[in-house]
Write a protein that binds this ligand. Structure first.
Ligand SMILES: [Zn+2]
Length: 331
């Protein structure tokens, strides 16, 4: 911050030299010493204020740069906790149904790293489903439509204060069966949308949708447009399970102003305690790095055994378990 003047060449330097000489003469005279001292003190004070002002400006811009460069994901995630306000008045019918989104604005949540755990494939087994619903904390449940226990488990989860999603079966490249309510490339638009609507209507308290399998369908632009248009109309969010790297689902969701999110980690592709632990730790590391992470698991006994313990230890890692809706990327 020092400004250097070359007294030999710059006109300001010449003036400064003259002023300096005059000042020395003045201060050297007996009787003027106290005036010189007071003037020096005053000058010092002015300089101090100037320097302090400058450093404040620097530190503010440094903080801003830091946030932009390293914590972008955190900032985005924090904005995502704000309640969704419709961008246009006519969009109010499509306002997000989630109650969790309205509530998650507390300072604690804003400042901690957040993890959403979605348990997929809920609905076939009452026993596994009930045990899953009893997990501690804000676990999210993705329920398969038209399954024997889907509706009862969705109600049970909602009554326990948990978030419920539709786990919409979408066609895959592995030839896996989809069950009732499956969405495929073969369906014409009208039938496709009717099937999706029926699946949504089948699950009580649903606030969002994620895909069951879908390595074929989520990579196809047209059917994803149909899905997202319907979710927008019904005020539902979308979580891309990312069953293929070629998925266009999240992008098309955002294009259609559907709040969306992507899975980071599958907890139990390999359902052994070691593999589940490794993937869970990976989810924790991502949450610590990005400020948030999305993990998807299944109601397997190994997964439930593991989560019953691991969820209670999240606060020790400075991680808050949140419903999926708390992490949504807004369009
Ligand atoms: Zn599934």
């Amino acid at each position: 911050m020092r400004i250097r003047h070359d007294s030999k060449t710059s006109p300001i330097g010449v003036h400064l030299d003259r002023a300096r000489q005059a000042w020395r003469g003045f201060a050297a005279q007996p009787g003027n010493t106290h005036i010189a001292l007071a003037a020096a003190l005053l000058l010092g004070l002015v300089l101090l204020v100037a320097v302090a002002g400058g450093s404040e400006v620097d530190s503010v811009s440094a903080t801003r740069d830091q946030v932009t460069d390293t914590d972008r994901a955190v900032v985005v995630a924090d904005e995502d906790t704000l309640p969704v306000t419709p961008a246009e008045p006519e969009a109010s019918t499509g306002a997000i149904r989630s109650e969790a989104m309205q509530a998650d604005t507390s300072a604690t949540l804003m400042n901690s790293n957040r993890l959403a755990i979605i348990l997929d494939d809920i609905g076939y087994s009452a026993e596994a489903g009930e045990r899953a619903v009893k997990l501690p904390g804000a676990v999210t449940y993705a329920v398969l439509p038209f399954t024997p226990h889907g509706q009862a488990l969705a109600r049970m989860a909602h009554d326990a204060g948990k978030e419920v999603m539709l786990h919409a079966p979408m066609s895959n490249l592995a030839g896996m069966a989809l069950g009732e309510g499956g969405l495929t490339l073969a369906l014409p638009e009208e039938e496709f949308v009717r099937t999706l609507r029926a699946a949504i209507a089948d699950i009580p308290h649903v606030v969002g949708v994620n895909n069951h399998t879908g390595s074929e369908l989520t990579a196809a632009e047209q059917p994803m447009q149909w899905v997202m248009r319907e979710l927008k109309a019904q005020g539902l969010f979308f979580v891309d399970s990312m069953t293929t790297g070629k998925s266009v689902a999240e992008k098309i969701a955002i294009d259609n102003q559907v709040p969306a999110l992507k899975r980071h980690v599958f907890l139990d592709n390999e359902a052994t305690p070691e593999a589940i632990d490794r993937e869970f730790q990976r989810a924790v590391a991502i949450a610590q790095q990005l400020g948030f992470a999305v993990a998807i698991g299944h109601p397997y006994p190994e997964t439930l055994d593991y989560l019953e313990q691991a969820i209670t230890q999240l606060p020790a890692h400075s991680i808050t378990l949140v419903p999926a809706s708390a992490l949504l990327r807004q369009p």
